[in-house]
Ligand binder design. Structure first.
Ligand SMILES: *Cc1c(COP(=O)(O)O)cnc(C)c1O
Length: 413
């Protein structure tokens, strides 16, 4: 091992950022920030003001502050995903945003009605992409991977002149495999298809340059590494010179060029704003701003640098202490090809995760069929947390304290 966890913490330029988040129990090791990020400290005061002053006192007059929240938060998100100004909205859920964008692509050119994705993509994405392709008389091609690495060559083979859309998760939710966004975007372009990235497990964790990649569209979650809170709106991105060629399958009044003119005819606003539908969730939008501010202050390159040290430390400790207990690596070994979470495979992964939660104060999650998923969210996870988490996993394995949890299947894992 190159440096100890203690040394790494001492040298960590982001160590103080943990103080921007609520950490109620310092002994609890939270390794699920890729599923629900921690609460930024300033959010309770922001929400109290939003409720009592803006809503309670301001009443409908406060819409002056609220009306353009999707655009305003989109502007704050833009640097985090390498997008140019006015191309990004914070709105709705990832699944809804994916549907509207995928539909818009096939509607624009119904002759190209096949969509290509891979088997590491999130199930909700697969459902949506399959349904959209079917609506246009086409089909969804799901390219098979080995479960760890993205099937780049297979995707190349699957593309053809009937393909309108390539849609992939930049970071796979199970393995953490990280695609090369630039080369895959170029690959889609070379066959005349558009590319739609799902950045849910990537935004706020890895460097993303949508503009430089020439990426066409993207969607992603607000509540994972962006720390937007439960029910935070998601986001969507459309390349600046593409949005006016696209139309939304839900022509709602928030996407109208003049919503408060109340015209009977729908006229979409110029630009990405046409993908808005209806009234935004104001309180959860306001709760999301603090997480974006923290990330912008720190900058994604610094986050990624820390993240790569963290996953490397974790894998060194895994090698020393966990391999011998039958926990195998289900994430890429190449640091340039993985995001900020690591998945270990074990036939009893669900029971192990339950034992960690209930007996060891470690919170990972479980993803079928056999994945113990450990999110190392760099903004508030210390190197010491990572070392201690491995020690606790090792003790669960040595004691066999997961055995009583075999056969349990909690509703949320
Ligand atoms: C978490 C996640 C989602 C969640 O979608 P919602 O509609 O916001 O619930 C979608 N896609 C991917 C790739 C995810 O990781």
């Amino acid at each position: 091992m190159t440096l100890s966890a203690t040394e790494l913490d001492r040298l960590d330029p982001l160590a103080a950022v943990r103080g921007d988040f609520f950490v109620v129990d310092p002994d609890l090791i939270y390794l699920d920030g890729n599923s629900l990020g921690r609460l930024p400290r300033s959010v309770p005061a922001t929400l109290a003001d939003a409720v009592t002053r803006q809503w309670g006192e301001g009443l409908v007059r406060s819409w002056a502050e609220w009306f353009d929240l999707p655009q305003r938060l989109g502007t704050k998100l833009a640097p985090i995903i390498g997008a140019e100004p006015d191309t990004t909205l914070v709105c709705d859920s990832t699944t809804q945003n994916l549907y509207r964008l995928a539909w818009a692509v096939l509607a624009r050119n119904p002759h190209r009605n096949r969509i290509v994705t891979d088997d590491q993509n999130f199930p909700s994405d697969l459902y949506v992409l399959r349904a959209v392709a079917a609506q246009f008389g086409g089909s969804l091609t799901i390219v098979a991977s080995n479960g760890v690495e993205g099937p780049v060559a297979g995707i190349q083979d699957a593309l053809g002149d009937d393909v309108g859309l390539l849609s992939l998760s930049l970071v796979a939710y199970q393995s953490g495999y990280l695609y090369d966004g630039k080369s895959m975007s170029a690959l889609a372009r070379s066959v005349g298809a558009l590319v739609l990235w799902d950045l849910s497990h990537a935004a706020g964790a890895v460097e993303i340059s949508l503009r430089d990649w020439g990426a066409d569209m993207a969607v992603g979650c607000g509540y994972k590494y962006l720390n937007g809170g439960p029910g935070a709106p998601a986001f969507l991105y459309v390349r600046a010179d593409l949005s006016d060629e696209l139309s939304s399958p839900i022509p709602g009044w928030f996407g109208h060029e003049d919503a408060f003119a109340f015209r009977r005819e729908y006229r979409p606003v110029a630009g990405v704003g046409r993908f808005l539908v209806g009234t935004p969730p104001v309180l959860s939008s306001l709760a999301m701003e603090a997480g974006l501010d923290i990330l912008n202050q720190v900058g994604v390159p610094a986050v990624r640098e820390k993240s790569m040290l963290q996953t490397r430390l974790f894998l060194e400790l895994w090698q020393d202490r966990l391999v011998q207990h039958g926990l195998s690596l289900a994430s890429p070994t190449d640091p340039d090809r993985r995001g900020a979470h690591i998945t270990l495979a074990h036939a009893d992964a669900l029971a192990i995760s339950q034992a960690l939660i209930h007996r060891k104060k470690v919170i990972p999650d479980f993803r079928p069929p056999n994945g113990l998923r450990l999110g190392l969210s760099p903004l508030y996870t210390s190197f010491a947390d990572i070392e201690e988490a491995v020690v606790r996993v090792e003790s669960v394995m040595r004691e066999g304290s997961y055995e009583p949890y075999r056969g349990e299947r909690p509703r949320i894992t």
